[in-house]
Design a protein around this ligand. Sequence first.
Ligand code: GLN
Length: 486
Amino acid sequence: MHDKTLAELTRSLEAGEFSSRELTQHLLGRIDRLDGELNSFITVTYDQALAAADAADAARAAGKAGALTGLPLALKDIFCTRDVKTTAGSKMLDNFIAPYDATVVEKLAIAGTVSLGKTNMDEFAMGSSNENSHYGPVKNPWDLTAVPGGSSGGSAAAVAAGLVPAAIGTDTGGSIRQPAAFCGITGLKPTYGRVSRYGMIAYASSLDQAGPMARSAEDCALLLNAMAGHDLRDSTCVQRGVPDYTEELGTALSGLKIGLPREYFGDGLGPQVEAAVREAIKVFESLGASVREVSLPHTHYAIPAYYVIAPAEASSNLSRFDGVRFGHRCDNPIDLIDLYKRSRAEGFGDEVKRRILIGTHTLSEGFFDAYYKKAQQVRRLIRQDFLDAFEEVDVLMGPASPTPAFDLGANKDPVSMYLQDIYTIAINLAGIPGMSVPAGFVGQRPVGLQILGSHFTEARLLNVAHQFQQATDWHRQRPAFAEENA
Ligand code: GLN
């Protein structure tokens, strides 16, 4: 049961091979047995899950089942869930029970999914390894000495380990695609504005976007169908029809024009990662696609621009955690200033503090023009690079990350951690959609192929990934950890 895709599980549920309750119980049992070692969940919602599974089984019995009815999933702990602890991986919110559901949570519940709980993550989604969580690091099921990637590391590890068939993540600068790559699963960051951010704890509001993480592109399409759409409660969520993302799956790739950004194959790219990505591209050629080199000339500026813009927005968003309205409050403050200072000093971890300091500095008078405004201008150039490239080609392909999953503790220096995001960050600055798809291994550790498209071309990206998955079986590989502990 635990290594099937969502589409396969639906067929089993339809055929009556097992019920949603049985499936849910099986996976909750696996979480109990295996997650002590992995640490992919912060909260497991046993009772709610079984109640949702029973409701789904009743809906199916009444002939009212949809494409996702009764399918278990997990939610990154950045989505507010009513009556369930929502921590964003921070001590600051260790006592926070959200009073409402995020739009994405609500939509997935309406679609009949069964949430098993909330997954571990880097604190406030700041990180690339899941080592910044107040709840401890997550381990990579492919190799327990490696990180799962971040910030949606818990979501990625839980899917890879067969604890849940799919999970929801968020991606501000790579946090869906990079952990998907490191854990050998399929992840999609939609176009900015495609999915509502309402109820998703804000990190950098102009970059944050929620998306699906699953075992196949087809499953990502099924989930995006339920997640996407306009929301009056998020003014950046676009008013634009939601296609059926499964409809284009099956379109042949003959004539597809693939661009390989020169800047994504240069210095710093691990040779074995490059070899796996180039092999994957040959598969597309055999499916009838043509390949040419393109250039994204401002790629080099993406990390510096992002690490000005994202901390600036974070410093503003995180000002709400002041010990007064909600979240951690220090003991016995002597006055209001002491309350603010100590609550924040105690509640936030080092990386979050570092970003608040950077952001406050770059937004301050005298520095704003030199840093923040300049970074926004650079952002525009980066976006233009992509628009120009998509005049020539349909999709871009390259690695999701310069290396496979690195060892726990290997990137202690924050700048070396920031440099991990070289191939993912520009995509958020441009607002375009991107996926990571399993495309091989370096030793035991998976490699992700990144596929990028212009704004609102998720249907095409999903089909491109799906065609690759029809021709390869990288996405069907499972870590020994999941099998030995079946
Ligand atoms: N690693 C990047 C950061 O730390 C991206 C994180 C994310 O996408 N949430 O900001």
